[in-house]
Each structure stands twice: as C-alpha cells, then as structure tokens.
Design a protein around this ligand. Structure first.
Ligand code: R5P
Length: 287
C-alpha cells in the first residue's frame, strides 16, 4: 500500500494527490523541544511505500523533509519517494564566484540520503536533477497553466519574458489551443532588478499571457507588463509554475495592472489557481 505524507508547505497538494491516486494521507505530527529543535513524526505509519510531498520553500521545510524521510524509514517503509513540487535552492546550481557552494547540490545530496527516488516539478534548470542519487525525475507542469485562463482570450499572444521560458509559453499555448508565441530578452542587473529588451510583437488590443517558470521578486513580470501596457495591450495575465512571490512581489504585480496572477500549488498561496496533482499522479501511476 502507498500512503501520501505531507510536508507542512504542501498540504493542499498532498490531499489532492491522495485523492487522485486514491491513497490514504498519513498522519504527521510536529513538536518542538525546549531549545527550539523540531520533531516531525509519522505515528502509526504502516504502508510499504511512502510518497512524501514537500516543497522546500524555507529552511524549516528542508529540515522537516529530512526528518520525515528518516521517520518513514524508522517506521518500516520499504520505499520512500520524495516529491519536491518546488525545490528550494534550485537556482543556486553553480558557484557564481570562487569560494561559493553549489547549494542545490548540497541540498540534493542531503535529500538523497533519505529518498529512494525523487521527483521534482518543472525545475528552472534540469541539470539540478543530476545532483540527486539516483537522478531526480522531472514532471512538467506547464500544461496545467492553461487551466485557469479564460476561454475568451482575444487574439492571444503567449509571451515568454526571456528565451528560457519559450518552451513553457509554447506548452501553455498548445494546451490552450490557439495563439501566437513571442519572447522578450532579459538581462538581470541584480537579484531584484532586470532589464527587458522587448521584441517588436504587435500586441495592441490583444490579450497577452506572460508565462514563466517562477515569479520570485516579480521584477521580470512587472518589467514585461510595463512594456505591454506602453503598447496598448488589452489584458495581461501573468502565469507561472512556481508562484514564489517573495516580499512584495504580489502587490507589485497587482499594481502593475495585470488582470490576474496565476500559479500552481507547487507553492500554496494567493496565486495558486491550478493543481499539479493530476500530472504528478500520472507520472507516479506510470510505474
Ligand atoms: C529566470 O530566468 C527565471 O525564469 C525567472 O524569470 C526568474 O527567476 C523570475 O525572477 P523574478 O521574479 O525575481 O524576476
């Protein structure tokens, strides 16, 4: 029997996945020691196979995942499958300066010590999967981004804010069923500042869906939205797989005049509008 084990940042997704797979949701209990250390336990766990679903959106979530994996082995699980809907530190996939760690490799190695198999959803760079042992499996969530879009988009353009997101824009367009593809160029000036070089796309009077893998500070999206409004676009929808929305990103984007901000439940929050549970269930059922 398989049971789904939820990390505290992925509770709605875990419940949706349990429903898709028709599996029980295991009980998870937390406690704190007087010195602040965490205890994460799975009392009464008795399945052979555990699927732990845990977005590692914080340091606490990383630690909680390691404890849950260990608890499951202690409880006798024969196979622990870890699903990282959102993998924290995945964008730190190289040492950018001498003396820096490859942080995604460090966290991948730690997670691999307690997982027989790891799945991750639409990572920014698939290369991070090779830091896991065995190599993590990628589940592409881009198709579900079409789910919340209105049916009545006017002569839509599916726009990638940089070349790296063109594949996502194409998948969303293909799933939606019609529309043009375009992309801007992006130059990152700092962690919070980007410079966008627009294409000559004619967007006047048309609806534009800006599609990316992640909205972090919201700088990329808001710069793209500003260009689109200068060109008299009709409506702009911002969509992404991972609505991280750090700091004031949500309000910054809302104030920029987007019609809606859509993301998936890899990060549960104000922009969650589509679920990756069906694509995860399909991947896990294909075994
Ligand atoms: C980078 O290339 C990614 O695809 C995203 O465009 C980027 O991470 C978004 O970050 P932010 O919201 O901080 O601009």
């Amino acid at each position: 029997m398989t049971a789904i084990v939820s990390g505290s940042a992925s509770q709605a997704l875990s419940a949706a996945l349990a429903s898709e797979l028709d599996c029980p949701l295991a009980a998870v209990e937390y406690d704190r020691f007087p010195d602040g250390e965490l205890l994460a336990a799975v009392p009464g766990f008795d399945a052979d196979r555990a699927v732990v679903v845990a977005s590692t959106t914080s340091h606490a979530a990383h630690l909680e995942l390691l404890l849950l994996q260990d608890a499951l082995h202690e409880a006798g699980a024969e196979e622990v499958v870890t699903v990282l809907p959102y993998m924290g530190y995945a964008r730190q996939d190289r040492a950018f300066e001498s003396g820096q760690p490859i942080s995604s490799r460090a966290v991948a190695r730690a997670i691999s010590t307690g997982a027989d198999r790891v799945l991750t959803v639409s990572p920014h760079e698939e290369g991070v999967c090779e830091f896991f042992e065995p190599t993590a499996e990628v589940v592409d969530a881009a198709p579900v981004l079409a789910d919340p879009l209105p049916d009545d988009l006017a002569d839509p353009v599916f726009l990638a804010p940089d070349e790296g997101a063109v594949g996502i824009a194409e998948t969303v367009r293909d799933t939606y069923g019609s529309g043009e593809i375009d992309h801007f160029e992006k130059h990152r000036l700092s962690g919070e500042r980007v410079e966008i070089t627009p294409s000559d796309a004619d967007v006047a009077g048309r609806d534009v869906v800006v599609a990316d893998d992640i909205i972090a500070t919201g700088s990329t999206m808001s710069e793209a939205v500003e260009v689109l409004h200068d060109r008299e676009v009709a409506r702009v929808f911002a969509t992404c797989v991972h609505p991280l929305l750090a700091g004031n990103a949500y309000t910054k984007l809302a104030a920029s005049g987007v019609e809606a901000i859509y993301g998936t439940d890899t990060i549960e929050g104000p922009a969650t509008a589509a679920s990756v549970a069906p694509v995860l269930a399909e991947h896990l059922s294909a075994d």
